[in-house]
Ligand binder design. Structure first.
Ligand SMILES: *[C@@H]1O[C@H](CO)[C@@H](O)[C@H](O)[C@H]1NC(C)=O
Length: 281
């Protein structure tokens, strides 16, 4: 017997045995008719296997390339995100610096110091029209301690008048902490790094969410003196000008009381000295 035939027979038998055991599709299995046929089929298989390997290599190379591209893209995106984040952080850090340029101002009447959180713009003397003057300015002004001038003529012809301010109140006053009668009072312009500031007459404390700058009493002209006059909030613990205790009777500030009628009582009350607060946010 030809030994090659025997090998072919053995392989055939093995194939038949395996396929019968697995009960698979017998038609799908390649049949082997001769040694040439066997080798031809093996070769075909090898060629197809080689082709498959080749294809796999190609697609592997392709995948590698894509992964590289993706990771490159990823790196670029990460860098872009890092840059944007750094820029945003910078901008955020710049914000408080910029806010330093913003703020609000108010005059603290009757004091020469601002609160700790506020910057002094200037210290000054409270001033206004004479108590019995029919004209001149109706408002109270804070004249700086260190005036500077443009031209001046020293003429009193066709001029408005402004005088320093004293407080007039009967002592004991039962309102202020100290004796204040006849005392000339200073003022100070304060700058705060807050967006809003408001003087509220008729309140002894600020509303929720607002910060107290100072508290005091509403003061204005005596009710029976001529000419218009504004209201100012004078600190409840006023400082006095040195040697300013004399009775000059020039620009005079008086406590202000509420009067019932058109003003509802309660919540208001007759003849009660109005408190005031200056609040910021
Ligand atoms: C001061 O007076 C002079 C002379 O009349 C004039 O030339 C000048 O413009 C005045 N200055 C101001 C700031 O008004």
């Amino acid at each position: 017997m030809d030994s090659k035939f025997v090998i072919c027979w053995c392989v055939m038998s093995l194939i038949v045995l395996v396929t019968q055991q697995s009960k698979g599709d017998l038609d799908a299995e390649p049949k082997c008719f001769s040694r040439f046929d066997y080798e031809y089929k093996m070769l075909q298989k090898l060629v197809s296997l080689e082709q498959t390997i080749h294809n796999l290599k190609d697609s592997l190379a392709d995948s590698k390339k894509r992964i590289e591209e993706l990771s490159k893209n990823n790196e670029q995106t990460t860098q872009y995100l890092k840059d944007s984040l750094a820029e945003t952080i910078n901008k955020i850090q710049e914000l408080p610096k910029k806010h330093v340029d913003y703020g609000s101002v108010y005059i603290r009447w009757g004091r020469n110091e601002c609160q700790d959180n506020a910057e002094v713009i200037y210290k000054g003397f409270t001033a206004g029209k004479k108590w019995n003057g029919k004209g001149s300015g109706s408002d109270t002004i804070c004249l700086p301690e260190d005036p500077s001038w443009f031209n001046y003529s020293t003429s009193d012809h066709q001029r408005g008048h402004v005088y320093g301010t004293e407080i007039d109140v009967e002592e004991p006053n039962a309102v202020f902490e100290n004796k204040v009668n006849n005392q000339d009072i200073p003022c100070v312009a304060c700058h705060i790094q807050k967006g809003s500031v408001i003087m509220i007459p008729g309140r002894s404390h600020c509303y929720t969410g607002w910060n107290l700058e100072y508290a005091g009493y509403v003061m204005t002209a005596f009710h029976d003196h001529p000419g218009p006059h504004n209201h100012v909030c004078v600190d409840h613990h006023p400082d006095f000008l040195q040697g300013g205790g004399g009775n000059n009777d020039q620009h005079i500030l008086y406590l202000t009381i509420s009067k019932c009628g058109s003003l509802p009582c309660p919540p208001y009350a007759n003849d009660r000295e109005l408190a005031c607060v200056v609040c910021s946010k």
